[in-house]
Ligand binder design. Structure first.
Ligand SMILES: Cc1cc2nc3c(=O)[nH]c(=O)nc-3n(C[C@H](O)[C@H](O)[C@H](O)COP(=O)(O)OP(=O)(O)OC[C@H]3O[C@@H](n4cnc5c(N)ncnc54)[C@H](O)[C@@H]3O)c2cc1C
Length: 379
């Protein structure tokens, strides 16, 4: 990844704590608006965004009780094409943004009926879903298990290569004149109207606005701890990366396998991302044999040819979850510190709309996205 180290003495308009997908997208937007920006991040391969599958899936992520959040996800997805083309222009590199669709399948009768219930919910929210019978599914994806009887097809659920995305965002930040400090943020505070970040090794950084985007670790940070904000907790997820000479499937597949969820996200180069577990285990990111075994077992029921692929990587990361499952994007006490976190299962999808909301908070303007966010937080 490209890096442009920050000079010793410099004043910034915006200092961003955390260079995961939310911090970097915010930095990209702030730089695009002409602001002077620094990002403080020790190692982005520790981010949830590095682990994630990269699905941009507002429809197939719709859940009962999360209707308002689904509206925010749909608005987030609508921002992606413009965001992708602006980012590609600034970064000078592509990042695997693909508009291939998603299918949802159920393995047994109970799974199929659950998929149908979700389709009803999605249709009630105005989401376009069509149904594929067994023959159409086989014609479209001949390598999926022949025992799958039907599928729901979501044309609006897409994907991006999340790791390439992080690389492109970093390149864009550098090419637009932003800076990076490879360090750990120890605290944030307000010094009058100015925001202040204390780092572990590089002293303090001051800026007109500080954006805190530490993902699952946000609530641990002094200056955020004790603020009147929803608590963000880590929700562990295992993901596997497999590799073949060419893609086995063209579309993303989300499956219910005897009540358990598994998804398979094909990359254009033959890689296949399989995920994800959902575990409440604090900050533990140990990869455990049992979870890897279960994911592989469920995935190969849906796509038997997966047995022939090379298992490249098993990794676990921490989703930043709130009690409402909606993100927290707001100023603290009308001061210079803005928090942008809590994106849970959808931080990649919501990165562009989050950057838009943070820009509105920076400039004191309004955006309809803020209303969608408020509704999602209330659901
Ligand atoms: C298994 C799994 C699968 C997922 N799949 C998807 C998906 O398909 N689609 C989707 O939209 N979302 C997905 N997500 C969710 C998505 O990854 C997150 O919502 C998103 O990454 C949150 O972005 P963030 O920038 O807030 O946090 P992160 O991406 O975690 O980034 C936070 C950054 O802060 C840095 N940091 C932490 N503490 C400090 C500190 N003290 N000082 C400086 N820096 C610090 C970290 O190093 C990290 O780089 C998935 C997540 C997981 C775990």
């Amino acid at each position: 990844m490209l890096t442009s180290a920050a000079p010793k003495a410099r004043s910034y308009d915006v200092a961003v704590a955390g260079g995961g997908v939310i911090g970097l997208s915010t930095a990209f937007a702030a730089l695009s608006s002409g602001r002077r920006v620094v990002v403080i991040e020790p190692d982005a391969t520790k981010s949830a965004a590095w682990v994630a599958a990269g699905m941009l899936a507002p429809a197939s992520e719709a859940h009962f009780g999360e209707e308002a959040l689904t509206r925010l996800l749909l608005a987030g997805a609508a921002r992606w094409p413009d965001f992708a083309s602006a980012l590609e222009g600034a970064a000078g590199e592509t990042f695997g943004f693909r508009t291939t669709p998603t299918v949802a399948v159920g393995v047994d009768a109970a799974d199929r009926s659950e998929v149908r219930r979700l389709v009803d919910l999605q249709q009630s929210l105005g989401i376009e879903v069509s149904t594929l019978d067994r023959a159409s599914l086989r014609a479209q994806e001949p390598l999926l298990a022949g025992s799958l009887l039907e599928a729901a097809l979501f044309r609006g659920d897409h994907q991006v290569d999340n790791r390439a995305l992080l690389g492109a965002l970093r390149s864009a930040v550098v090419s637009l004149g932003g800076f990076f400090i490879d360090d750990v943020v120890c605290s944030v505070s307000a010094s009058g109207a100015i925001g202040k970040i204390e780092t572990a090794q590089n002293g303090s950084v001051e800026a007109i606005d500080v954006v805190v985007a530490l993902g699952a670790r946000t609530s641990q940070l002094p200056g955020i701890t004790g603020a009147d904000l929803p608590i963000v907790r880590p929700v562990k997820g295992h993901v596997l990366r497999l590799r073949g000479a060419e893609p086995l499937i063209d579309v993303t597949v989300r499956a219910l396998v005897h009540g358990r969820s598994v998804y398979l996200v094909p990359r254009a180069d033959g890689r296949l991302v399989v995920g994800a577990t959902s575990e409440e285990r604090g900050f533990d990111t140990t990869v455990t044999a049992g979870e890897v075994h279960q994911l592989l077992d469920d995935a190969r029921i849906v796509l038997p040819g997966l047995d022939e692929l090379e298992l490249e990587e098993a990794i676990a990361g921490l989703r930043p979850g709130t009690t409402s499952n909606a993100p927290v994007i707001q100023r603290i006490d009308d001061g210079p510190v803005i928090v942008a976190t809590g994106h849970f299962r959808n931080g990649i999808l919501l990165a562009p709309i989050t950057a838009e909301i943070v820009m509105a908070l920076l400039s004191g303007t309004s955006t309809t996205a803020l209303d969608l966010l408020a509704a999602a937080q209330g659901s």
